[in-house]
Design a protein around this ligand. Structure first.
Ligand code: NAD
Length: 352
């Protein structure tokens, strides 16, 4: 038996504690510390029977863990991850990878220079249903991918916005929520070459957007729309449709992504497929329907299992800092397009 990987948690809030719950069941890892300046986190450390540190830098110095999970506020992601890389600890960094591309470039360079890996927590990519959808697209089940309709429409309760930063610029649904959908669209359909967008704060009137309508053109020629709002009483979103997190009552029969190609179509998360029996059939013939299957498993647990392999240098991160940086570049292009009214291309981000 190999030694379990020692992992420290930095940031023991809502997300950090979700990671802890899955970490407990994993044989390949052992929690060694909880770090959070909020003194209430000492109780979390005590519950887990591990050391508590208010300052994660002390923990890095004293314990030299093989790995860390970073789930602190977005604006601290890059500086925290840089400290961890300098201490030789592999990082599972919550999304977004950073708050702007300049700092993300520094992180990408540091990971390359130190050889210490960063896995970014776009956990939906680890969901087995997404892995199956990607495989179907790659195998050509849809033919040439032509159009994608993506929806993220739900209502957050007003009380969600009692926390002041959630009403401020930069913390709207683009960076908080649609970044997940945009990351999945990149994962499923490839890189985006240009975007157009409208955003609106017309329902809530805060400094950030509550709704967005986005047009995406992919490098492979496919075209997509993504419409999102956190202010509508509607059932179409990954959260409500996928059943990934039981805190959201499920709308199991509703899709959030509809992918259509020259040979077939696919709805996600249902993984229902449509195609014609004859290659040259068209709208006068019946479309055949079939149901794809997959083994359901929690995406956050699969992400941790993958992270252990990353820490052991057995696999490359499924979502590296560079890859997540490209998703952030897409968010920035959409924001720029909405503000300027122009078409915008995501900034190129590369290893060097
Ligand atoms: N993957 C997902 O689906 C998902 C879902 C929710 C949140 N998140 C991400 O997780 C991160 C945390 O979000 P949350 O909802 O848990 O927020 P939260 O406010 O509940 O938790 C953040 C925690 O970080 C702590 N913290 C602040 N400064 C710190 C520091 N210097 N060192 C260590 N800890 C520090 C806070 O005290 C708090 O306990 C965010 O980046 C968010 O985007 C991801």
């Amino acid at each position: 038996m190999r030694e379990p990987v020692s992992i420290a948690l930095i940031g023991a809030g809502v997300m950090g504690r979700q990671h802890l719950a899955y970490l407990q069941g994993l044989e390949g890892a052992r929690l060694c510390a909880v770090c959070d300046p909020d003194p209430a986190a000492a109780a979390v450390a005590a519950e887990q029977g591990v050391a508590y540190f208010a300052d994660y830098r002390q923990m890095l110095e004293q314990l030299r863990p093989a790995a860390v999970i970073v789930a602190n506020p977005n604006s601290l992601h890059v500086s925290t991850a840089l400290d961890c890389l300098a201490a030789g600890a592999a990082v599972l960094l919550e999304k977004p990878v950073g708050v702007d591309l300049r700092e993300v470039r520094r992180l990408v360079a540091a990971s390359a220079a130190t050889g210490v890996p960063v896995l970014v927590g776009h956990h939906r990519r680890h969901n087995p249903l997404i892995a199956r959808a990607r495989q179907l697209i790659e195998e050509g089940a849809l033919g040439r991918l032509v159009t994608v309709t993506a929806l993220w429409q739900l209502r957050k309760p007003d009380s969600y916005f009692d926390i002041p930063w959630r009403r401020e610029a930069g913390a709207g649904l683009l960076l908080t929520n649609l970044i997940h959908d945009l990351d999945l669209l990149r994962h499923l359909c490839g890189e985006v070459s240009q975007v157009q967008a409208f955003t609106s704060n017309g329902v809530r009137g805060f400094a950030n957007e509550d709704s967005a309508a986005i047009l995406l053109q992919f490098a492979n020629g496919a075209l997509a729309t993504l419409t999102g709002s956190d202010a509508v009483a509607a059932p179409w979103s990954w959260e409500l449709d996928s059943g990934e997190n039981p805190v959201y009552p499920r709308q199991a029969d509703q899709p959030c992504y509809l992918l259509a190609g020259t040979q077939g179509a696919l709805s996600i998360p249902q993984l229902r497929r449509w195609h014609y029996a004859e290659a040259d059939a068209g709208w006068h013939q019946p479309l055949q329907q079939s149901q794809e299957t997959f083994e359901s498993e929690p995406a956050l647990r699969r992400q941790l299992e993958h992270f252990i392999q990353v820490v052991r240098r057995e696999v490359a991160p499924l979502v590296s800092a560079l890859d997540a940086g490209r998703t952030l570049a897409l968010v920035e292009a959409i924001r720029e397009a909405a503000e300027s009214g122009r078409r915008c291309a995501p900034s190129l981000l590369s290893e060097s």
